[in-house]
Design a protein around this ligand. Structure first.
Ligand code: ATP
Ligand code: MG
Length: 725
């Protein structure tokens, strides 16, 4: 047996957890202590030593990336295929269950998964239908309300209609929303979880089947499970004492989405036979990094209290850079990245972590200009881009004409002269007769209610969709996608758009065909035991997938992501950027103690991603969401002991814009030209622009230029080859 191989790379506490007799267990430990490693080795142990067939194991985690990693690690350890194992995210596994048992789940066979963007659209339309003023009832707020109910397992029919006005109105909308989704065969993310729970709860046979099947259930990042996820886990494991969870209360960062740290206490109550194991050695980070993390999190109260130490050596101090503005920040970060690469470091060992997706653009631009490959996780994900969603809507509608969200999205994209009035009438009819929009359209055409022009346009659209459905029968997935992309008229539409943007959109559509070609059942973590068309799989994958195909995953590239999506991952070199009050911690949290503590946990998560080196940056001025801010440095920075931090001062000389009259008195000794504010220049690549300011001296001298074509950029004077004009 390979038992020794499975445990000989573990410390004593880890070994204990991995080789314990089958029973409920809680591994509670700080970041980088090997929780995920223990979980993976535990799976291997069950398969090799306890002889549990892989298909009898269920392992859950939070991101697709983490699930994929888990698969690979088990395969490496055991040299077996994990195909038959249920490893995935809560959403992915819930989806799989619903597909397999759609009838019992009371869903149509071809139900479609909506992402949050689709969901918001649907809600907007619903409010319109109900003639509810969406300035008083913001669609986003409605969405939060509905999702929050679902996360608690509450359906509209469970809610008593006796609250205040707000409550009553929300209830009414929730009810109507449920009906609409039901009619259209649409399932949102929260619904996936809720329905998967109801499926098992209400079908005793199924429940018994799965209880027997999953002899072991393992959960990573348990601190971030919400009520319905935990209830689902309990259903599956009740009475069997076979739930193995690992987590860290200090890393609970999804309270705002319904996660319950309390589940850790509930677990201890619900599984009285359980064993608790604590891990204390951190294997990931240098002691400087670890001490900084410990110091920050020490400011939170109500912690369960854990020790963490490392024998990895002190390592370098953390670096702190105060940038002039967000462009300077990006400039600094990318320069450091270039040095790392120049010294032979891998790009994929580098992560830029930010609080909000909107921050990624500056870094993307800078990386692009300097030719450093990168990949953005989350944010403007490939499958969330407008053109991609439009193409997917064509595909969706051709497989399910009653998918109202898709119908809405493309009925007039590209424009075909279906007026707002026609659409409104159609929506009204659909509402009154409880029809899908497709059926309403058919009805209107049959009744000859439309003007000839409108009727022709609508007919044309519907014929196109039906034609797509017939044309693509028997075609492979990528042929189907290609055909639909080409026939939909989207390519022509974007070709007409302003140069760059339109071009990028056409390229993205081509990339979609490529994604379809490369689409891999096995790794999609969605594989199903019932026959499901490849197209349906692909469409679901598109809704669930967070990474997308923007940069080839196998390419060595810098990783950009939010702090939230960095959970569980590790990188040799980490940049935590935008460390400013109002951004991180977020504006909404600074006056709210419990939210502030959640932000602090997020900071702890960020710091503990770093293995060797951690850079912290903030800017003195920042333009965000179209407004200028002059933020204070993040309070979290002040919680790190100063002896652990080294401040980097690039701007030894205060960077005052040169006064026009002083330009000639510049004391530079280099042969470079000096540039004064307002000087018009030309750059080989960026074209014409105007100098805004300069800073630094000699080799380090930089100029900030507002280019007519590409906007504001900082350039190193020594390399920029600027021509005065
Ligand atoms: P997080 O809380 O961030 O999810 P974690 O507790 O899950 O962290 P892991 O990712 O499992 O920690 O482990 C952190 C790093 O330490 C990994 O690179 C892992 O391979 C390594 N590691 C863990 N235990 C050991 C060990 N006993 N010997 C050597 N390396 C180890
Ligand atoms: Mg982990």
């Amino acid at each position: 047996m390979d038992a020794t191989r499975i445990i000989n790379t573990l410390n004593d506490a880890q070994r204990l957890a991995v080789s314990a007799p089958a029973q409920a267990m809680l591994v509670l430990a700080g970041a980088g202590s090997g929780k995920t490693r223990v979980l993976v080795h535990r799976i291997a142990w069950h398969i090799k030593v306890n002889q549990i067939p892989p298909q009898n194991i269920l392992a859950v985690t939070f991101t697709n990336k983490a699930a994929q990693e888990m698969r690979i690690r088990v395969e490496d350890l055991l040299a077996i295929s994990t195909r038959s194992m249920w490893i995935g995210t809560f959403h992915g596994l819930a989806h799989r269950l619903l597909r397999q048992h759609s009838k019992q789940a009371k869903l149509p066979d071809n139900f479609q998964v909506m992402d949050s963007d689709d969901q918001l659209r649907l809600i907007k339309r619903l409010l319109k239908n109900l003639q509810i003023d969406d300035t008083k009832w913001p669609p986003k707020q409605v969405l939060w309300f509905i999702n929050a109910q679902k996360e608690e397992g509450i359906r509209a029919r469970h809610m008593a209609n006796n609250g205040d006005f707000f409550y009553k109105q929300m209830l009414l909308i929730y009810k109507a929303y449920e009906d609409l989704c039901e009619r259209s065969g649409l399932v949102d993310f929260a619904e996936l979880l809720l329905r998967a729970h109801e499926l098992l709860r209400d079908n005793e046979d199924l429940l018994q089947f799965y209880r027997k099947r999953f002899q072991q259930v393992l959960v990573d990042e348990f601190q971030d499970t919400n009520t319905i996820q935990y209830a689902w886990l309990r259903l599956l494991t009740e009475g069997n004492n076979n739930l193995f969870v690992v987590g860290d209360d200090d890393q609970s960062i999804y309270g705002w989405r319904g996660a319950k740290i309390e589940n850790i206490f509930s677990f201890q109550k619900h599984y009285p036979e359980h064993q608790v194991i604590k891990l204390e050695q951190n294997y990931r980070s240098t002691t400087n990094i670890l001490q900084a993390a410990n110091a920050v999190i020490a400011n939170n109260d109500n912690r369960m209290g854990k020790e963490l130490w490392s024998d990895a050596g002190e390592g370098e101090r953390l670096s702190l850079y105060t940038a002039f503005n967000e462009q300077d920040e990006a400039y600094f970060v990318v320069e450091k990245i270039r040095l790392w690469i120049k010294d032979g470091g891998l790009r994929s060992d580098i992560a830029i972590l930010y609080r909000s997706n909107a921050q990624s653009r500056q870094f993307e631009e800078r990386l692009m200009t300097t030719g450093v490959p990168y990949r953005v996780y989350g944010g403007l994900r490939f499958f969330e881009r407008m053109e991609i969603k439009n193409a997917l809507a064509y595909l969706r509608l051709s497989t399910n004409p009653h998918d109202d969200a898709s119908f809405e999205r493309i009925v007039n994209t590209p424009t075909r002269g279906i007026g707002l009035k026609t659409l409104d009438d159609m929506r009204m009819l659909a509402r009154d007769l409880q029809l899908s929009l497709w059926q309403a359209a058919q009805h209107m055409l049959a009744q000859k209610q439309l003007s000839t022009r409108a009727a022709q346009a609508l007919q044309g659209f519907m014929q196109l969709i039906m034609q797509l459905a017939t044309d693509t029968q028997g075609k492979t997935l990528d042929e189907t996608v290609k055909h639909v992309v080409e026939t939909s008229g989207l390519i022509e539409l974007y070709k007409k758009e302003k140069q760059d943007k339109g071009e990028a959109r056409v390229e993205n559509l081509e990339e979609l065909v490529n994604a379809a070609k490369l689409f891999d059942y096995d790794s999609s973590a969605l594989e199903s035991e019932v026959p499901l068309s490849e197209l349906d799989m692909f469409l679901t994958h598109a809704a669930l997938e967070a990474g997308g195909t923007q940069a080839d995953a196998s390419e060595d590239c810098v990783q950009l992501m939010t702090l939230h999506s960095a959970k569980g991952l590790e990188f040799k070199l980490v940049f935590m950027v935008g460390m400013e009050d109002g951004l991180f911690p977020s504006l909404q949290s600074v006056d709210d103690m419990s939210r502030l503590q959640e932000e602090r946990r997020l900071c702890y998560v960020g710091i503990t991603r770093a293995m060797l080196q951690l850079y912290l940056t903030h800017a003195e001025s920042r333009r965000l969401y179209g407004k200028d801010h002059y933020p204070e440095a993040s309070r979290f920075l002040k919680e790190i002991p100063t002896q652990l931090i080294q401040e980097i001062r690039m701007r030894a000389n205060v960077s005052r814009p040169y006064a026009p009259t002083s330009s000639n008195s510049s004391s530079h000794t280099t042969a470079q030209d000096t540039f004064r504010m307002g000087q018009a220049i030309r750059h080989e690549k960026f074209g014409e622009g105007v100098v805004l300011q300069t800073e630094g001296e000699g080799e380090q001298e930089r100029v900030q230029i507002n280019f007519r074509q590409v906007g504001i950029k900082w350039l190193m004077l020594a390399y920029a080859k600027l021509e005065k004009i």
